[in-house]
Design a protein. Structure first.
Length: 158
């Protein structure tokens, strides 16, 4: 469903109290080391499947409701993103996390945030992006699946 990311963000916001000048920012929800390790392993598998352009692995790790918003504003669904990866229209060469954190926002929903340096290429250009990102992982039938991604280019240091 295309409103999944909105629902996840609404749930996160609705559970976060509004802060005034005399309140501190609430601490992120605790996430067990076991859940964090499972989501990190799922993300590692996502990266490997993306680099390989392996349809079977991509189908398994991507949620059917995947919404992938690229840093250039293009938005893909599960079907369109898998097609671009399998056809090698876009080839991802490497993912280098500078930061990757996990936060549980509801049972079976984990936000992964951070910064990543991605190298990729298309038929006509090489791409090297330093990105800040928000992704959403959802537990579906006992497996962690990739539900959403949104990224923007990190500001250039002065």
């Amino acid at each position: 469903m295309k409103y999944s990311l909105l629902l996840v963000l609404f749930l996160a916001i609705s559970r976060t109290p509004v802060c005034s000048a005399d309140q501190s920012v609430p601490a992120p929800a605790l996430i067990s080391a076991e859940v964090a390790a499972k989501v990190a392993a799922a993300d590692d598998e996502r990266q490997a499947a993306i680099k390989a352009g392996d349809r079977v692995r991509l189908e398994a790790i991507f949620s059917d409701q995947l919404r992938y918003a690229h840093s250039n504003g293009k938005v893909d669904t599960k079907v369109s993103y898998i097609e671009s990866l399998v056809s090698r229209e876009t080839v991802y060469e490497s993912f280098e996390y500078k930061e990757r954190t996990f936060q549980s926002i509801a049972p079976g929903i984990v936000l992964m945030t951070g910064r990543v340096f991605i190298r990729a290429h298309t038929s006509d250009q090489k791409v090297a992006n330093d990105l800040n990102f928000l992704s959403v992982w959802r537990e579906e039938n006992g497996r962690w699946r990739f539900l959403a991604w949104q990224s923007c280019k990190a500001p250039v240091a002065p």
